[in-house]
Design a protein around this ligand. Sequence first.
Ligand code: C2E
Ligand code: CA
Ligand code: CA
Ligand code: CA
Length: 279
Amino acid sequence: AKDSGKNTHEFFNAEMNAQTVERLVLENSLRQALERDEFELHFQPQVNAVSRELVGVEVLLRWRHPQQGLVAPGRFIPLAEETGLIKPIGAWVLQAACHQLRRWDREGLIIPRVAVNLSARQFEQPNLISLVAGALEESGLAPQRLELEITESMIMQNPVETVRILNELKHLGVQLAIDDFGTGYSSLSILKRFPLDSLKIDRSFVDGLPQDGDSAAITEAVLAMARKLGFAVVAEGVEHEGQANFLQAIGCDSLQGYFFGKPMPAEHFVVWLAAGEAT
Ligand code: C2E
Ligand code: CA
Ligand code: CA
Ligand code: CA
């Protein structure tokens, strides 16, 4: 028995590279993060393109790691999706986001709308609809104040199943937005078959505005078609006034990006709002 134990040990030493170990450590701490209350929501303002008044916030998840400090979602969401941990984490995000809006309501701070990102894995959950319904009911948030962001690839992976789920979500009264628009392969005419309210033009197109002719042409074309099809259009990744003015001029409905405000923890967002930065 002693010998086989040693062999196993050697096997692991040989086979497990540093990356694998790091992954296991990350997975373990990710499993504990919810129980230990280490996740927090950051809020990024979305403003009306013309009046520049606050129309809503997008919730962006952060992990307050005890050793590593604030960890961005790019470093743990992929693993959370692989392991399925995104389901309980995503449920927490939904509930926490709805409750935060109601907390602000009670404090007399009316944030019109909150947008929450959904992962493809959450669409596999048979209880996704009741999860969303439950978050709305428990918090008392009006459904039209909740917007769910999904990506093009989620729609295209399984269009039949996705349209069924989206219809049920729409039936609850929530808003549906398509995120990172333009990065996938879907055409606007296909998207029209889905009960979507708005689309978010991906940052990669906004980056080159207004100088880059291709970006400008694509953005204008997307906008023209989106308007004809009845989608509201949000531009993300707006970092400069030049971009904001261009997007306003071509008829974008709302704008989001560092130029207006970075994602902020709730207490900073309140300070930002009080300073009147949205107007
Ligand atoms: P996303 O949904 O496309 O979110 C926009 C990302 O762009 C955010 O990165 C945001 O901080 C960043 N951003 C916003 N404005 C600007 C800008 O003007 N310039 C630049 N350079 N970046 C800007 P973040 O917070 O690191 O989130 C990355 C991604 O992680 C999100 O992309 C989303 O796909 C995912 N994610 C974040 N929170 C959640 C969540 O609660 N659930 C799920 N499933 N995914 C989430
Ligand atoms: Ca998003
Ligand atoms: Ca996006
Ligand atoms: Ca993205």
